[in-house]
Write a protein that binds this ligand. Structure first.
Ligand code: BGC
Length: 456
């Protein structure tokens, strides 16, 4: 007979959902992404963000929707390109719009977590060279400072930059985002700019909050962390390469904001060591966006001598990404070891492209199981933010992938809860969920579930 096990979370654990401005608001026409979408062949099926989810005109209804969904926290972005349409101007009406949005959230009892920069940047900055441009960090500071002045008295949680490594790799190496070219050299300069920009904003907000007697802001970065596994277990070169990629992709930015030292190495190409002292100790929490695992194969014929792929014999999302729940546990452990002991950990994104909602419920439960395991091991995970509340514009993948707890009809903009939205709400309300031991055994990859001492 199958038995049930309660997977519970600490009393103060926070549950939320996330989004980004460009993906939901619509008409972000002063941004680099808007221009990029205009170029033929860049976005699947030639789709463009356009009106997106028209969130800009639906803030009230959407706040109600967040409440209905049971969200305790809402992670959302403010759009730099709209706030500062030119380098020397502010759009006051846009700032007012975000102030209103924030007040609506607070009135609804939802804790805001604000992302200052999520992929898109203003076109004027892109024309100057984006994050690699001289003075980019100071420009990010100027923008962020203004936002902090306007919203900082009411907001505790801040993310300066979303997934810096993804922006860098897509933008400069793989060509799946703006600027679409530039190579490793430019990428390093942009990375340097991002780290410096983040650090400037961190120190300024801390200083301002002290001077003004505001709530001490908790400032971090949403790091996109992946599991990199050698494709052939017996191949030493696959092992070394997987380790090297993980080091560069997962940890170079991460370590820089912990230690103030930037170390980024791609054998035969770059070996960067820089001191960025101002960046030391500039994340108050570890923000982890977790989605999948890559298998790494060494080979001379590949650019940079390696190739990454998803294992096809495992459960996959609609985008073909492997569903690998145990990875969230591994990355929590690894990141915690690299950071100041005891630093709080937020899962700032975790979600699945699943049009028919046939996998999302178990995706959520399996990832939460591993999260609870991390907490049991004493790792201070304080919150989980699901990506995303409703289907939206999925960057170069266009509108095809459906990451939403709510389905969005893009013609009518009617948002309808999927079954998994109801499940997630229930998990939030109960602060946990029941798992029967067969399912647990499957999650753990064992025949007989051993509830007391599962293998990791
Ligand atoms: C990004 C989101 C994106 C999600 C799903 C993350 O890399 O932060 O903007 O929608 O992944 O691909």
């Amino acid at each position: 007979m199958s038995q049930k096990k309660w997977i519970g979370f600490p009393d103060k654990f926070l549950w939320g959902v996330g989004s980004s401005a460009h993906q939901i608001e619509g008409y972000n026409s002063n941004s680099d992404w808007w221009l990029y979408e205009e170029q033929p062949g860049k976005i699947k099926k030639g789709e463009k963000s356009g009106a997106a989810c028209d969130h800009w005109n639906r803030v009230e209804e959407d706040t109600q929707l967040l409440k209905d969904a049971g969200a305790q926290v809402y992670r959302f972005g403010v759009e730099w390109a709209k706030i500062q349409p030119t380098e020397d101007s502010w759009d006051e009406s846009v700032i007012l719009h975000y102030k209103n949005e924030l007040d609506l959230l607070l009135k609804a009892g939802i804790i805001p977590m604000i992302t200052l920069q999520h992929f898109s940047i203003p076109l004027w900055l892109a024309h100057q060279g984006g994050w690699a441009a001289e003075g980019a960090p100071e420009k990010f500071l100027k923008f962020s400072k203004r936002i902090y002045e306007e919203l900082g008295s009411k907001v505790e949680y801040w993310i300066t930059i979303n997934e810096p490594m993804v922006v860098l790799v897509l933008g400069y190496l793989s060509g799946h985002g703006p600027p679409g070219s530039g190579g490793l050299g430019m990428m390093i300069e942009a990375m340097d700019g991002m780290i410096r920009g983040h650090a400037l904003v961190y120190h300024e907000c801390k200083k301002m909050s002290k001077e003004l007697g505001w709530i001490n802001p908790q400032i971090g970065i949403a790091h996109h962390l992946r599991v990199f596994q050698p494709k052939r277990k017996w191949n030493l070169l696959d092992w070394i390469t997987a380790h090297g990629i993980s080091r560069a992709f997962n940890w170079s930015f991460f370590d820089a904001v912990e230690t103030g030292n930037l170390f980024f190495k791609v054998p035969r190409h770059v070996n960067v060591k820089r001191q960025l002292a101002n960046a030391k100790g500039t994340q108050d929490f570890i923000g982890i966006n977790y989605y999948s695992r890559d298998h790494v194969q060494f080979g001379f014929k590949h650019p940079f001598w390696f190739h990454v792929s998803f294992r096809q014999d495992r459960p996959l999302t609609d985008l073909g990404w492997e569903i690998y729940p145990r990875g969230i546990y591994k990355l929590i452990k690894q990141s915690s070891k690299r950071a100041t002991p005891g630093k709080p950990i937020w899962i700032t994104e975790n979600g699945v492209a699943d049009r028919y909602d046939s996998k999302r419920e178990s995706f959520i439960k399996q990832h939460l199981f591993w999260l609870s395991r991390a907490i049991k091991k004493g790792l201070p995970v304080v919150g989980y933010i699901h990506w995303t509340i409703y289907d939206n514009f999925e960057w170069s993948e266009g509108y095809d992938p459906k990451f939403g707890l709510y389905e969005n009809d893009f013609k009518t903009q009617v948002r309808t809860p999927r079954k998994s939205a109801i499940t997630f709400k229930q998990i939030i309300q109960d602060n946990g969920f029941e798992l029967d031991d067969n399912k647990l055994a499957a999650i753990l990859g064992v025949k007989q579930p051993s509830l007391k001492s599962p293998t990791e």
